[in-house]
Design a protein around this ligand. Structure first.
Ligand code: FE2
Length: 385
């Protein structure tokens, strides 16, 4: 199945450059009353006001739900679905980072498969029904969730994080409007940008790539190294637009070619301790890349060249290590530590078990590790040295 996935008929969402184009799309798709899903932080900042204004001006009726929170749960998905039906909505607009998108996809799944528990659809190709129209507006660059077939959720009962992966979850439209990321706090701009970098790197060094996903990952890495610092400091609108594009390319790459152990280890951690996804990935990325050792050098060397790192004649080993060092340098510059204090020794075996179950055999990682080796990584990451 894993080997077949890159050649399955993926579709890309149709991309729009401006929020102002949404009323026209709703009309075209015969959606009368969409539900906007966002989170309370964005809502408090008035971030979705522009979207609401655009809809009101076009006389589009809509409902508004700002209850999304990081690591959305199955219970929240149920509540939001009830809100959708009570308000007689007929389409979804996800506005935000990964959490509102995951939640909107989960609501779409609940509507498509009423009565079937979400955790029963964990894994791949278990939804198999059409979802209502979903328009995704990313406000971070980012998760790439506006182009992926995955919804990541936390089971309310046991805090286990799982993902539902199926083609109907790919949003029909993605609005890449750089205005939406212009006011991102630096801490979020940097960690979400490093999440996008992790998508591109993990997809690229895995053993399940296509020419298309390699090209997308290379473009993403080049754009991220050229623009992330400027976008974090909001120095240029071009850099912000480039980061949205980079995140989109990285999303296209990993939804077809998968991620690797960074994401598996990270999902387990952020589910257990409620840590932000981009932040845990950023901490883990250089640590995992070093552990892959020579198996990943060749591909990392190519990505180093895309990032403009190294010089002609450098060996693959030198280039790969220079890329990892450049990632560590970025982490330091953004104040991201090289350890995670919250990890408790007694939790490590179950964290590793979940990470192992997520990664194997689905993720086409460059080096295969068992749960015991994943425990060692958690132990390394828990130490402040
Ligand atoms: Fe991610």
């Amino acid at each position: 199945m894993r080997m077949a996935l890159p050649v399955l008929p993926y579709r890309n969402p149709e991309t729009l450059g401006h929020i102002e184009e949404i009323p026209e799309i709703l009309k075209k798709e015969n959606v009368r009353k969409p539900l906007i899903i966002t989170d309370s932080n964005l809502s408090a900042l008035g971030a979705a006001d522009h979207l609401k204004r655009v809809l009101r001006q076009a006389k589009v009726d809509f409902a508004f739900y700002d209850g999304a929170f990081p690591n959305p749960t199955t219970k929240l998905a149920g509540q939001t679905t009830r809100y959708y039906t009570e308000n007689q909505c007929d389409g979804l607009i996800a506005y935000g980072g990964g959490s509102p998108m995951d939640l909107a996809k989960a609501v779409g799944v609940c509507l498509a498969r009423p009565g079937k528990p979400l955790e029963k659809m964990a894994g791949i190709l278990k939804v198999r029904r059409k979802l209502p129209l979903l328009i995704a507006i990313p406000t971070t660059a980012g998760t790439g969730s506006e182009t992926t077939l995955a919804a990541v959720l936390v089971n309310e009962e046991d805090r286990h994080k799982f993902s539902i992966n199926d083609f109907p979850l790919i949003p029909r439209y993605a609005v890449l409007d750089a205005e939406t990321i212009h006011t991102l706090p630096p801490g979020i701009a940097s960690t979400t940008g490093l999440d996008a970098l992790t998508h591109a790197v993990e997809a690229y060094i895995g053993r399940c790539t296509t020419r298309g996903t390699r090209a997308d990952a290379e473009k993403a890495v080049a754009l991220i190294f050229a623009n992330l610092d400027k976008a974090v400091r909001h120095e240029s609108r071009e850099a912000e637009a480039a980061m949205l594009q980079a995140s989109h390319y990285a999303g296209r790459a990993f939804t077809r070619s998968y991620v690797g152990y960074v994401h598996a280890l990270s999902h387990s951690l952020s589910g257990k301790y409620n840590l932000p996804h981009g932040w845990t990935n950023a901490v883990l990325l250089p640590i995992v890349l070093k552990r892959y050792g020579s198996a990943a050098w060749k591909k990392l060397a190519r990505l180093a060249a895309c990032a403009g790192i190294g010089k002609p004649g450098d060996s693959e080993e030198t280039l790969a290590k220079a890329l990892i060092a450049a990632i560590e340098e970025k982490n330091r510059a953004y104040g991201i530590p090289d350890y995670i204090e919250k990890i408790r020794e007694e939790d490590i075996p179950s964290l590793a078990r979940y990470a192992h179950r997520e990664a194997n055999p689905l993720y086409p990682v460059p080096v295969l590790w068992d749960a015991k080796e994943l425990e060692e990584i958690y132990r390394d990451v828990s130490k402040n040295e």
